[in-house]
Design a protein around this ligand. Structure first.
Ligand SMILES: [Zn+2]
Length: 273
């Protein structure tokens, strides 16, 4: 299994870097109400809001879970879990306060759903640490440890990649999953510690808004029109992940192109029988 090197992503550093070196901030998610939880850039059926209860027949993806064939539900990320929502560009006190409140809500939610990580939130929400729920899983021929609740959404992404042919466009050889220490500094806690984030082939899909060595990748120096030109993974993969509740951190000021995190509702991953 790939052991992801440490990188510290400090919001302040990211903010400073973003002004000078990062792609247009139009790539970032915009805060939205939970109901409108759709990351900017997420692929939606044109002119049609995705209804998690009714995926179109053409895009219907089925997977086998515990020996049963189930249909995957499509969903977007929940907006209050998107890190771009926590640090508004505006400097007025109310916006900053609202962002901080969302971060607190996100920590509470992740604790309840995925486990208590020491130093963040309260063990009252969940007495177990995330590693209590760790499971080894395979994805596109690679393997990693993740939270048991994201095994199914990953299977949905894999099935959709294979069904659409996107799986043949790109053959990554390594991925990272759950971590047991927080790689963020300050008030943030990485979704890797909850087991809900994965990194796809970090040496080829870099993070130009992160600290060294990530921001030293030759692709970070290249002048580009889109962040997609700074990575090996094709956009079709990003689009496919986004259908099933994963948020791509390539949209963020960090431009962390290797990184997907499951920000959907883990209780709405598959259709109820
Ligand atoms: Zn990551």
């Amino acid at each position: 299994m790939y052991a992801a090197p440490r990188f510290t992503a400090v919001a302040v550093v990211a903010a400073v870097l973003s002004a000078a070196t990062l792609p247009a901030r139009g790539d970032e998610p915009k805060p939205a109400t939970p109901k409108e939880a759709r990351a900017e850039g997420a692929e939606a059926v044109p002119g049609k809001e995705k209804d998690p209860g009714a995926p179109s027949a053409a895009s219907r993806v089925t997977v086998e879970i515990d020996g049963k064939k189930v249909a995957c539900r499509e969903q977007g990320p929940q907006a209050f879990l998107v890190r771009g929502s926590w640090f508004p560009k505006a400097t007025d006190a109310d916006a900053v306060k609202a962002g901080r409140k969302m971060l607190e809500d996100a920590i509470k939610y992740r604790t309840e759903k995925y486990g208590y990580f020491e130093g963040f939130g309260s063990p009252k929400g969940n007495p177990h640490p995330p590693k209590h729920y760790a499971k080894s899983t395979s994805f596109m021929g690679m393997s990693a440890q993740v939270h048991e609740k994201i095994v199914a959404p990953l299977k949905c992404v894999e099935a959709a990649l294979k069904a659409s042919g996107a799986g043949d466009e790109y053959k990554p050889r390594a991925m990272g999953g759950m971590r047991f220490h927080n790689t963020y500094k300050g008030v943030e806690v990485s979704n890797h510690v909850y087991g809900i984030a994965i990194d796809i082939e970090p040496d080829k899909n870099t993070c130009c808004g992160c600290v060294k060595p990530w921001n030293e990748h030759p692709l970070c120096k290249k002048k580009v029109k889109s962040v997609f030109e700074r990575m090996a993974m094709p956009k079709s993969w990003v689009d496919t992940f986004e259908r099933f509740g994963f948020y791509w951190l390539g949209h963020d000021v960090l431009a962390d192109t290797m990184h997907f995190e499951f920000l959907g509702d883990p209780d709405k991953v598959v259709e109820s029988p």
